[in-house]
Structures are given as C-alpha cells and as structure tokens.
Design a protein around this ligand. Structure first.
Ligand code: PLP
Length: 381
C-alpha cells in the first residue's frame, strides 16, 4: 500500500506505453540529420508540446531537464548570472534543490534573504515586498510545499516581484499533479516541474522559461534545446513525461476532488483516535493529497519502519543525515512545538489511491503509535 506519492508517483500506464517503443531497437539521436533522427526529433517535440499543454504555454518555452533538481538549479544559477551577482530572495521552506544553490551563492559572497512563513506554512506577499532591494535579481517561492502541502499566493507574489524589476521563479514540482498551473505560468518568469511526481519516469523534468528571458545555461554542451540545455535529448523519458502530463491534464481535477475527501477522512480519523497529535498546515490552503501529522512521544522514523513492516509505505518528513536525525527545517519554520518535531508522519495520496488504502492505514496507524509509546520508542531532536 503506497501512501508516499509526494516522494514519487509510480510510473503510470500511459507513460510506460509512450516510452516502450523508444527503449529498444534502433533509436537515434534526435539531433541526427537522417530519417531515424528526424523521427526521434518529431517525437521529442511532440512530448514538449504535451508538457506545454499542461503549462498553457508555447512549446518553445519548455526546456527539458534531468528532473526538478536541475530545473531549480538552472533557474537559480541561471537567473543570478555568470559570474553570479545581485541579491536573491527565497522562502524559508524551499526544497533543497533551491536552498542549496542559494547557500552556494551566499558562500560566494552574494546577499541572500530568506522570507519566513506563518504557522500554516504560508509566505506573506508583504514580507516578500519588504525583502526586495534595488539589486534583487531573483525571487524563488515554491508553489506547494512537499512536506506539509501548503500552497503559496504565487500570482500575488509574482506580480509585486516583477513590478520591482526582478525575476520570479516558482518550484511547481509538487503542485503540478493537483493544481491548474496555467495561472502560475502566466504570472511567473520561471517554473520547475519534475516528471516522477506526475507519474512519469524518474530523472526527467522541465523548466518553463518565459520567452525573452536570457538565462545562463547550467549545462553547456552541444547546443541542444536552443543552447539552453546541452545534452543529447533522452527521447524515451521525454515521451513518458509528455504522456504523464497529458494524463494529468485529463484526470487532475476529478482526482483532486476525490482524493481531498479521502485525505480529510484519513486525517480526521487519525486525530480522533490518537491523543497528542497535531496536523500541520491543516487550516491553510494546501494540496488535496497531503496529510502531515506530528505525534508527541513518538519517533517518526521508527514509525515509518513499523508501517513498512505492515506493508504501508509512508514518509517521516524529517531528514536523516549521517545517521543523526534532525528536525525538518520546514516544521521548524512553521513553528511546530519542540515536543512534536520527532514524531512527524507524511501520508500522501495519488490518483490511484482509494477508500481501501485509507481503511487499511486507519486500521494500522493508531495502534502503531500507541504501541511505540507503550514501548517507550521516543526520539529527541
Ligand atoms: N522540488 C520539490 C518541491 C520536490 O518535492 C522535489 C522532489 O522531492 C524536487 C524539487 C526535486 O525533483 P527531482 O526529484 O525530480 O530532482
């Protein structure tokens, strides 16, 4: 039973079918001039058009990347220039794919401002306005947070950033399966996608680049994709990604309405059946599929392992580096009380999730938490 779609959505049948013919046989480089290369080129451009349809933009604005991480890195490093200069603004709950490039730029001597969030994980547009400086080149605020699912007022933030003459980037990796991206694309200069969150193949993604923006390429090479991303195009993965985008466009709204009801039942029942639990981001505008809870006197990582033994795949939502567990920076940023930090559990649903998944989760989770508490399995950060 899979309740970890925010980590990765299993490859959908449409994506697998689109990829299959390109995984074997005589597949050519899409840049080759011969007929076989031309067929591959036509296939790649078809996939680009499918991604563009999900975004509501022209295909020329879509740059394929190796995933959300490369899309985010390209946006941040590309917008800050080569050599990098100016001031960068990010939110305090960005994914490491934005955060780490910001840290690297700060180490190079650039000014970086992190804008905080409220208890619901939401960025206040006025706080972004206050962070802007005359030399701000880029503001990056994610559309939806991967841990607690909080949705951000992207259109409002983008407007005030552009009014100030800076570029605006949003990481829409988690928003893409659930939210209409067209208004976000219309408002933003740069927007990141990841294929595997949309049930496409791993190792594939895209960056929307508003036409006319001159971004410094991260990958320099053979001039592919108009010189914006060097590297021979990965035909099969691009086709799988394109098919996954087409499926999301078809199924998203219905899936979102259905999944929100399942998520709400899951969350309400957990809160009703376990004491010492808090829901994070519960009152905020958030993704319809994400339930993020913290249990007092409970070790989230041990709970995930316990649920795994019961055949339920979930996530603790806390980073574990070099064997030492740390509190999630996202939970710290939204002010989760200390005693709740170690017991984080993220349950994320997908297009395939059904009532049976929720029933089974509710059968197991409350008892697992109580059992761990009885056994004194606590963690302290
Ligand atoms: N941005 C967000 C919000 C994510 O959740 C992720 C993946 O977890 C990424 C970026 C990175 O995407 P990828 O795994 O395709 O590199």
């Amino acid at each position: 039973m899979y309740l970890d779609y925010n980590a990765s959505a299993p490859l959908c049948a449409e994506a697998a079918a689109a990829m299959e013919p390109w995984l074997s046989g005589s597949v050519s480089n899409p840049s080759s001039a011969h007929r076989s290369g031309q067929r591959a080129r036509a296939a790649v451009e078809g996939a680009r058009a499918q991604v563009a349809s999900l975004l509501g933009c022209e295909p020329v604005a879509v740059v394929f990347t190796s995933g959300g991480t490369e899309a985010d890195n390209t946006a941040v490093f590309g917008a800050m220039g080569w050599p990098p200069q100016g001031h960068l603004v990010i939110s305090a709950i960005e994914h490491p794919a934005v955060l780490e490039p910001a840290v690297a730029l700060h180490e190079l001597g650039l000014e970086v401002t992190r804008v905080g969030v409220n208890a619901e994980g939401r960025v206040d547009p006025e706080a972004v306005r206050e962070a802007l400086r005359p030399n701000t080149r880029l503001v990056s605020v994610m559309a939806a947070n991967n841990e607690v699912g909080a949705l951000q007022p992207i259109v409002e933030i983008a407007a005030l950033v552009q009014e100030a003459g800076a570029l605006f980037h949003t990481d829409a990796v988690q928003a893409a399966p659930w939210v209409d991206l067209k208004p976000l694309v219309a408002a933003s200069d740069l927007l990141s996608l990841s294929s595997h969150k949309l049930a496409g193949p791993l190792g594939m993604g895209a960056l929307y680049v508003r036409p006319g923006i001159d971004l410094v390429p991260l990958m320099r090479g053979g001039g592919q994709q108009g010189g914006r991303r060097g590297g021979t195009e990965a035909t099969a993965s691009m086709l799988g990604f394109g098919a996954a985008c087409a499926r999301a466009l078809r199924e998203r709204d219905q899936a979102a309405a259905r999944v929100a009801k399942l998520r709400d039942r899951l969350e309400t029942s957990i809160v009703d059946s376990v004491d010492g639990v808090r829901c994070n981001g519960a009152r905020a505008a958030r993704l319809p599929n994400t339930c993020h809870v913290c249990f007092k006197r409970c070790d989230g990582n041990a709970l995930v392992a316990r649920l795994d033994l019961e055949g339920i795949a979930t996530s603790a939502g806390s980073a574990c580096a070099s064997g030492v567990a740390h509190a999630s920076p996202v939970l710290e940023a939204i002010g989760v009380p200390r005693e709740y930090l170690p017991g984080a559990l993220r349950l994320s649903l997908g297009y395939e999730s059904g009532a049976a998944d929720v029933d089974r989760a509710l059968e197991v989770i409350p008892g697992a938490v109580r059992g761990m508490r009885d056994a004194g399995l606590e963690a302290v950060f």
